[in-house]
Structure formats: C-alpha cells, structure tokens
Design a protein around this ligand. Sequence first.
Ligand code: HDD
Length: 703
Amino acid sequence: MSEHTNEQSKNQDLEQFRKEPGELLTTNEGVKVNNTNDSLKTGTRGPSLLEDFHLLEKNAHFNRERIPERVVHARGVGAHGYFQPYESLKELTKAKFLQDPSVKTPVFVRFSTVAGFRGSADAVRDVRGFAVKFYTEDGNYDLVGNNIPVFFIQDAMKFPDLIHAVKPEPHNEMPQASTAHDNFWDFVSLMPESMHMIMWVLSDRTIPRSYRMMQGFGIHTFRFVNEQGKARFVKFHWKPLLGIHSMVFDEIQTLGGKDPDFHRRDLLEAIEMGDYPEYELGVQIVEEEDEFKFDFDILDSTKIIPEELVPIKPIGKMVLNRVPDNFFAETEQVAFQPTNVVPGIDFSDDPLLQGRIFAYPDTQRHRLGTANFESLPINRPVCPVHNDQRDGFSQYNIYTSKVNYSPNSLGGGCPMASPENMGAFVHYAEKLGGRKVRERSESFSDHFSQATLFLNSMSKAEKEHLVKAAHFELGKVMNKEVKERVVGLFNHIDHEFATLVAAGLGLEAPAKELIPNHGKSSPALSMENQPKDSIKTRQIAVLAADGVDAAQLMVIKKALEAEGALTRIVSKFGGKIKGTDGKEIDVERTFLTSASVMFDAIYIPGGEKSIATLKMDNDVSEFIYSAFKHCKAIAATGEGVDLIAAANIKDIKLADAEKSVSDKGVITSRNASDVKQIVQDFVKAIAQHRHWIREEKKETKQM
Ligand code: HDD
C-alpha cells in the first residue's frame, strides 16, 4: 500500500460506520417517529399502552447503554494518528510497517490512569497507560505500555492481587483513584520486587503535565525477527517531542477539583488546534548472545536496561492528528492486547508478558460482551480477515460460503494457511528446556539495585518531591507495622532516604545502613536532563482588567504566540475589557472559572486602572501566589510589577524604576520601553518549565 492508502485506510474503513445525525427521527427498525415527547396513552391522562414500541425500545436501549468499564485503566482518552518510520528496519525486523519510510501506518492511541474508575479525575498521582494500536497491512499490532519503564510485579500471577490492593478498599470503596491507603502499602510492604516501581510511582513521573509531555515504554523485552529468521531482543520507548514535564503534587490536588478532565481536554484541544502531539519511537536492541551479559535479567519487568548500557535507536515518529468522533464507539470500545503481534515482532518469555497474552483478549470478550469484538469499527484491521470463526453474539459478518471448516474441498481448500514467505506469522522457534516448576528465577532476585539507581539519578528537587510523596502516601496509612515495613524496605534502597521518610512519618529511623548505596546513576532517568527548549502549546494566563496597557499586552502576546504558546485573557468577569487604546479585548477565562494550576505561566501587563482593579481582588493574589508556589514562570511589566509585590511573594528581586530584573523565573520591568527585552527572558523561563530553586529552603536537611 502506498503512503496515501495507508494513512487513509483506517479513516476510509471507519467512514462506512460514521452515522451522521440524519433529518427524520426513526426507531432502530427505521420506522419514522411522529412524536418522541409523549408516551402512547388512553386519553391524555390515561395509562400508557404496552404497544408503544417507541417508548419500549428507547428506554430498553437506554437501560443497556453502560458496559463494564475496564477493570484497570478505566479512565482514559484516545486519538487517531499515524506512525512513519525514519528508515527501513529490514536488518532488524520484517514487520511491514517498519520497512518503508514513505508509508504512514494509521494508529489509535489511548492514554489512561490505572487506579481510578471511569469517571475519576485525570490529575492524580498514578501510572499512565500509553496504548498504541497500529493498523498495519499485516494485521493489528498493539504496543500496550505505560509512562513508567518497569512494573510492580514480575509474574502475571500477582496481577489480580496487585490490583485488588491498589483499588478502593472493598469494605468502603475508598479512596478513589489513589494508592495512599493501607491495603496498597500492606501489599507493597510484603512485595520487595515492587521497590523499583515504587520509586517511579513516588516520583514526579506519575503527575505528568500532559499526555503530550510524557514518555511511553513497552516495558517488556520483546523479539524483533528479520526476513532471514534472525532474532534479537528489543525494548520500545516513546519520547514526546515537547519534552517530558510534570506538575507538582500540590497543583494536581487543586487541579483534580478545578478541572477533573484536564489531561483529556489538554490532548483533544491541542489536536483540534492543529498542535499535533508527536512522539519518537526508539528501540534498545540486545543480540541473543548478549542475553546474560547484564547484572539483571532482561526478562524481568521490574528492571530497565539503562540507556547508558544500550542506547536507544530512534526508528520513527508518531503524530496524533485526529480526535475521535464518538467517545464510546472509539475510545471506550477500543480493545488493546499485547497479544496482537505481527510477523517480525514476537514475544519473549517474560512471565509478566506471558500472562498478559491471555488476560487482554479475555477481558475484551467480557467487557465488550462478544467474541466478535474485533469486528467493531475501531478494532477492525485494515487488511483482509478470513477464517472459519462463525456466529457468536453480535456477528456482523455475512459469510457467503457454506464451508466453515478446514480442511475442505467444497470451498477450494480456502481460506488456507499460508507459508511464512507469504506473510504468515510463524512463532520464533526458540529452543526451550527444563522441568515444569512453579518458581521464580534466581536472576530476578535483586529488588533494590535499580531502585537505588533511580533514586541516585534524581535531581535535588526530584528527590525532595519523592520524599514528600512518600510522606503523603504513607502518611495516609493507618497501620504502623505497614509503614515500618515499607521504611525497612526503603532502607535497602538508601539509608538516608529511609531515614528522611521515617522522620516525616514520626517513625524510628532505621537503626543502620543495610546496603551501602552503590552510587551509580543513569542521567537519562531525570526529567531535569531532558530538553527544555520549547514553549509550544504552553498556556499563559494574562491577568487584565479595564485600562490594561494594550501596547504592552500585544507585544508580549504576539511574541509568545510566535513561539507557539497560547495566551488566555483572564479577568474578574466574562465578556470584554477595554485597553488603554480604547479597543475591546475578549475575556477568555475568569478567576472563578479557572485557576493558575490550569496554566504554565502568568503575564501581568501594566495599566494603572487595570492593576488598581486587580489589586482589590483576593482571587488575583491567590492566582499569582499559587503560580509562584508551583515554581512557574511569571512576568510583569509597568504597573503590573506592583501586583506581584502585593501577592506577598517573598525573597525575589523585582524591577526598580529603570532596570528590568529576572530572578528565579520572575521577570519584571517597569520601564515599558524594554518590554521587548523581557520577552526573551520570559520565553526562556517558560521553557525551563519550573523554577525549583524557589523551593530551596535554608534550614531543613535535604537529600
Ligand atoms: Fe494491563 C489494561 C498496561 C500489566 C491486564 N494495561 C491495560 C491498559 C494499559 C495496560 C495501558 C489500558 C489499555 C486501554 O487503554 O484500553 N498492563 C499494562 C502494562 C503492564 C500491564 C504496561 C505491565 C507491563 N495488565 C498487566 C498484567 C495484566 C494486565 C500483568 C494481567 C495479567 N491490563 C490488563 C487488563 C486490562 C489492562 C485487565 C484492563 C482493561 C483492558 O485490559 O483492556 O486485561
């Protein structure tokens, strides 16, 4: 298929199922309806009649509209797009969608949280799902990953227990969408294999700024197999071109209330505005002969292969460029399965992956209520499907052949199995051996070294956030023994870390250091070491009222928008305000309908009257103060500088009469003529994402 057909293929396929509203209302049987407001009655005040098939059908259908939500990852958002390889990967794999750099393979991606129910908030501390369905010409390939490169457990046998422990407690169904409770930490305290994942969970990785600014990982080791049958081990990585950015915990606690749909809205609005999220797909390749060269087992899903050991080779780019037409039909019904592999990509013996191969199709059949869920539009492959699987609930296909078995002569032997050289999937002929045992491999037994590696790789600010997250999570645990056991496990990671966590919980510090910290780190693991060179799609709040200095506002607004950022005029009331040039300016948000947690930075233009009005509004100083507390970039020009001073923000230098100042990400200039000068500083400060220096306190001991 050429580039054009590939990218179009899924959209064209979906075209046939798109239901436009239509003019005349009918029943599902196509019978036109003359009145959908009143049930059929005996006289206007008499009883309703059983023969009112329109009333019956409409209510009966409504009563069956909800299907079981996903047992995990219930809360999510999806988008269509395409994947395009940078070059042919035929040396490594024969997977068709990785052969031709001119071919764009349609994809559907769903991002999700894990713990919360379908209606829970986006902005929570949680792992994020990153599931990609490639509609390739050789069948659907699903890379069902997370934004964290490891997992809590090593063997799928423990998954039901893990999720039972994560989910709200069975006696009172609390807390919603949170691991800060006794059951979860009791389970963790008895599962040392979860320690590496726990460090990632307590890190800023689980409070992402946006689905567009978080990494994705396939986690497991898989296999690439090329045309010659040569296999290599492979791990998959998604890297967002906008960089990797997180929020601060205090921010998401507010955001969960102010805008529970924040991440969903952020993704869909960006795509609708044409700011298509882009992710680079990278692979780490390990030759089969190198399988045992590491001091960890590459089949162990609680371990990463540090990039410094095996570099990531970028192999292509995914662009998300279309929002779903219908949330339920597409995002709710999409069925991802690690089971879905295509020729050229195969499984490894990772016991977590092996269990997932069963779990996903099983869960889809249950929650979508049919074995025919792959016929649903969003799940249909774009390539031909031929087999003898028939009937079952909601069978959409009308098979014309009377032959539904193999072998057969009456159907010309079709559909027949095809040889590998005609594109059939042949499982990699891995050489196996060993007795049947229900045991864990000795090579899976190091549960702490990579947890220590991750902790050592964190920046100062990231480490402090991690300790604070432990204080919050375990601070909500009532059972003292559970907390003590967790601190005991932390002591295997790093004695100082365990001591700091214990201090915040009012527990005895661990008596002594058990294992000296190995001191190794992997710089690639810290978000501070990721590129911070773009303000594209960042949302900047412009605080203004009548009398705002229109010249200053327009200079900054234009400059930010030239860099791809979005500005939003925020004022006390909706409608319009008037600038000093007498022109009207549309108000886009008010202090009531928004909060600084919904923005990446703040700009306060001058204008005596505007500032005088804003100064009288407590919401304004709260707006500015929380942006400062969340370490966001703030700029103010002219009289706007007085508003910062009024927001009782301490220990930063502000502009004086002559000179503009840029201090800890706060850029101010009273002198209207050098507004242009501060633009560069402001853009740089926003690109920095956050200014953690503001969190530095003199007195408390830090990591
Ligand atoms: Fe899972 C859904 C990711 C381990 C069983 N999982 C689900 C989704 C993602 C992941 C992203 C949501 C897919 C969507 O958007 O519809 N799961 C992972 C990752 C894992 C992992 C990265 C570890 C490497 N999962 C895992 C195990 C099992 C499952 C070990 C079972 C043995 N996961 C499921 C499931 C779900 C699911 C119960 C629930 C809804 C669904 O499948 O479609 O089958």
